[in-house]
Design a protein around this ligand. Structure first.
Ligand code: NAD
Length: 485
């Protein structure tokens, strides 16, 4: 049986109390590994290691830190196939998608290796001629990352890359459901020579580890991706301690399709972004508002495209479009949302059940599901399902569609399809979300800020903004005593 250890101060160690958690393959139900669960003492040691390593790491020049990150990026690229396979085994997504995710994490290391060198300050003229104000940015201190299981490597990489490039050290807590691939990613950093204590990895239940990370004064910043519910708890706990927190939380993302769109492109985008990773993406399309003139044609084409998606056991069926869901709770919630919609009058245009076949019997497999005749009384149109389900609703007028799109406490991502420039501009300006994609469904790119509005969180990852989350501004005011300027 594979064993996963903790990473503390550059050493791979078992939990001090010997505690282990099971890691299961969601496609088969098999136990594939045992992962050490950090005891209080282990978490303390990891935090102290990050604290001890901080001054030395912060003192390096950005170029020196960048060289470490670039070397780590090389290691990740070398190992992306095996790390991707581990991810598929523990999370259920198709192999090529998992390997692609790991490659994107390598790109994040390279990007932040460069971006770390582009942290510039400012010089500000004062009223007095012999005084100058300088603004400099300095690393905030040891940081902690808590991440979810849907993108086990990428979401962790964004935090580690931003923190390390800024000069912060880190204690990372990957999800206990899928710890293997994130630890394999962190091993690349250690094997690339990043000094002991700069990156530490602990596994364990979020509530216990999270509280200890927040309460320990050594940790100066929390970087969290996960549900809005847990994000709120972290925000509440960090508040009185004045601890900085960036929170990438849940979403309920709308797509608006105008009658003036390229219908084929809209269908392709809708199917891809509703069902990829079995809908277990914070920026998944959860609800589609389509002009009533093209509604029926759009639904017909989407159903045909969804039925063509190949479902498979991620490691055995290569390539495939969809794997299984990651856990039983997600599958149960998906079924509950479908049942709720049907009880309130929705029609199932396709899906709604487990696919047929022996290979799907034990895993959390489910068909991609399109619901029509939906409304905002239904959970599927208002609550995050985090499963392969999308509701499609017709609209008469673009203002009505925008009002429906904004009728949510969330504000993570939104999508619009139109060939009309004025409509594109209206959608981009009037939708309340941190990320709006027009005529495409990839709302995040590495060099532009990615973050949520409203209940979808605060702060950003990606881009220079993602780096600023780990820096503090300092104003230095200098009087030149003997200058004659
Ligand atoms: P979750 O909130 O249950 O868990 C996320 C992480 O937080 C896990 O590591 C977990 O162990 C930890 N945790 C749980 N309780 C905690 C507590 N009390 N204190 C501190 N840490 C705690 O979320 P999940 O089910 O793993 O992931 C799905 C959610 O994540 C969805 O809501 C999804 O939208 C969101 N998500 C958001 C983004 C984004 O970028 N905005 C990206 C991916 C996922």
């Amino acid at each position: 049986m594979r064993k996963q250890q903790l990473l503390i101060d550059g050493q791979w160690v078992k939990a001090s109390n010997g505690a282990l958690g099971e890691v299961k393959n969601p496609a088969t139900g098999e136990i594939i590994a045992q992962a050490s669960l950090a005891a209080t003492e282990d978490i303390k040691k990891a935090i102290e290691a990050a604290g001890c390593a901080f001054p030395g790491w912060a003192e390096l020049s950005p170029a020196e830190r960048g060289a470490y990150l670039r070397a780590a990026g090389e290691k990740v690229m070398e190992r992306h196939k095996e790390i991707g396979a581990l991810m598929t085994e523990e999370q259920g997504k198709p192999l090529l998608e998992a390997q692609g995710e790991v490659k994107k994490a390598a790109l994040a290391l390279r990007y932040y290796a460069e971006e770390g060198e582009r942290v510039y300050g400012r010089i500000i003229a004062n009223a007095e001629r012999d005084i100058e104000s300088r603004v400099v940015y300095q690393p905030i201190g040891p940081a902690a990352a808590i991440t979810p299981w849907n993108y086990p490597v990428e979401l962790l990489a964004w935090k580690i890359c931003g923190a390390l490039a800024a000069g912060c050290t880190m204690v990372a807590k990957p999800p206990s459901l899928t710890p293997l691939s994130p630890f394999a990613f962190m091993k690349c950093l250690v094997d690339a020579g990043i000094p002991p204590g700069v990156i530490n990895g602990i596994n364990g239940p979020g509530s216990k580890v999270g509280r200890q990370l927040i309460e320990n004064p050594i940790i100066k910043k929390m970087a969290f991706t996960g549900s809005t519910e847990v994000g709120r708890l972290i925000s509440t706990d960090c508040g009185p301690l004045m601890k900085k927190a960036s929170l990438e939380l849940g979403g309920h993302c709308p797509m608006i399709i105008s009658r003036n769109c390229d219908l084929e492109a809209a269908v392709e985008g809708a199917v891809r972004r509703s069902f990829r990773n079995m809908g277990q993406i914070c920026i998944s399309i959860n609800r589609i508002y389509v002009d009533q003139v093209i509604h029926d044609r759009f639904v017909e084409k989407c159903v045909a495209a969804a039925k063509k998606l190949k479902i498979g056991h991620g490691l055995l069926t290569v390539p495939c479009d969809l794997g299984c869901m990651a856990n039983a709770e997600g599958l149960a919630k998906t079924k509950e949302h479908i049942a709720d919609a049907i009880s309130k009058g929705a029609n199932v245009a396709c899906g709604g059940q487990k696919p047929e076949g022996k290979e799907f019997a034990k895993g959390f497999f489910f068909e991609p599901t399109i619901l029509t005749n939906v409304n905002h009384q239904m959970k599927v149109m208002t609550e995050e399902t985090f499963g392969p389900v999308v509701g499609v609703m017709a609209f008469d007028d673009l203002n009505e569609a925008i009002a429906l799109a904004n009728d949510t406490p969330y504000g993570l991502a939104a999508y619009g399809f139109t060939d009309n420039l004025d409509e594109a501009d209206k959608l981009a300006r009037e939708i309340h979300a941190g990320n709006v994609a027009i005529n495409n469904v990839d709302a995040g790119v590495m060099n532009a800020p990615y973050g949520g509005w409203k209940d979808s969180g605060r702060g950003c990852e990606h881009g220079p903004e993602g780096l600023m989350e780990y820096l503090e501004a300092k104003h230095v005011r200098v009087r030149y005593l003997h200058s004659d300027r």
